[in-house]
Design a protein around this ligand. Structure first.
Ligand code: ADE
Ligand code: ZN
Length: 338
């Protein structure tokens, strides 16, 4: 399982093409320093064992990661925290080449902290608008339920999007423990989100195998799958993804840190692409996995021996699958091909 040694081989590499990311979690983008500062300011005590002796997030396996993540979320508990987090993520990512990013936002964590949904969304929008004004980066947000928080909360989350539509909140997703419940339990939540006009994605084929991917396709009918890499273990699921034009949000550094693969070269991104599946690259929870979106692009390019044209095609896939309007897509494609 992932020890710190896993990260030693990660040299700083660079790619010069415009980066597009469809898979990064807001709280997952919070550095340990940011979380400790929030905890101090908000007078929240954090468990000592969530950090390693040198101050990084402890991350032993998937369930341990989820528990450390949940602990970190308790410290991020004011609108200001969310606004600053979103602003600093997109400003820094834009400096590394990001032109468009989609970020998962969970309404459960701010609700637990007593923040009204509309205040939460206003804070997210404020953070994004500051980053956009400074750098020109574009972003949209994916309202996300947490699978192991249960079906009722998932449906309540989807209802929030119906009750309080916002132009920056354009998608609905589900993360959390992929082993919890069955995808069909969440069909109603996804139907609510679909009827609200949101783009749909779901984490699947990350921890569980290809059956989890096909069950999600059957029950939830998403246009994208978060991760989805373990679809590679069943040819018929790969064929289905290709034929249905489903885009995978592949996060190789996350898969390595959580023990799905040992090294970038084992990531099936190229095999999936060669089988006709549309693939994109995401950073998932970058400080947890000692990575960022620029590093993910660079590591994939190096490990899979991809050309600059291949990498541009990955950014192009992401733009085509993005949960944004056609005018924004056209302007992103123009930036990509400039
Ligand atoms: N929430 C944040 N990161 C996640 C991941 N990699 N898988 C499932 N849920 C998550
Ligand atoms: Zn994720």
């Amino acid at each position: 399982m992932a020890g710190r040694a896993r990260f030693w081989h990660r040299k700083t590499l660079a790619v010069s093409i415009p980066l597009v990311e469809l898979h990064c979690h807001s709280e997952g983008a919070a550095s340990p320093d940011f979380v400790r500062a929030c905890a101090r300011r908000n007078k929240i005590s954090l468990p000592d064992n969530m950090f390693t002796s040198d101050g990084a997030y402890a991350c032993e396996d998937f369930l341990h990661f989820l528990s450390v993540y949940e602990a970190a979320c308790t410290a991020i508990c004011t609108p200001r925290d969310y606004a600053d987090l979103v602003c600093s993520y997109f400003t820094e990512a834009a400096h590394k080449g990001l032109i468009y990013g989609e970020m998962f936002i969970s309404s459960d964590h701010p609700a637990d902290a007593g923040i009204e949904y509309t205040d939460f969304i206003d804070a997210i929008a404020d953070g994004y608008e500051r980053a956009h004004a400074q750098t020109g980066v574009e972003a949209r947000f994916i309202l996300t339920c947490v699978r192991h928080f249960g079906v009722e909360r998932a449906e309540q989350t989807a209802q929030l999007a119906v009750k309080y539509p916002h132009p920056l909140v354009t998608g609905f997703g589900m993360g959390g423990d992929e082993n919890w419940g069955r995808p069909a339990d969440f069909t109603h939540a996804y139907d609510i989100a679909r009827a609200a006009g949101l783009g749909l994605t779901v984490h699947a084929g990350e921890v569980c195998g290809p059956q989890s991917v096909s069950d999600c396709l059957d029950a939830l009918k998403p246009s994208r799958i978060g991760h989805g890499v373990r679809a590679i273990e069943d040819e018929s699921v790969v064929k289905r993804l290709a034929e249905d034009g489903v885009t995978l949000e592949i996060c190789p550094g996350s898969n390595i840190a959580l023990g799905v693969y040992d090294i970038y070269a084992q990531c099936p991104l190229l095999r999936l692409r060669n089988a006709g599946v549309r693939v994109s690259i995401g950073s998932d929870d970058p400080p947890y996995f000692h990575t960022d979106i620029a590093s993910e692009y660079a590591q994939v390019q190096k490990a899979l021996d991809l050309s600059e044209q291949d990498m541009r095609a990955i950014s192009q896939n992401a733009i085509e699958a993005a949960f944004c309007d056609n005018e924004t897509k056209a302007s992103l494609l123009e930036k990509l091909n400039r």
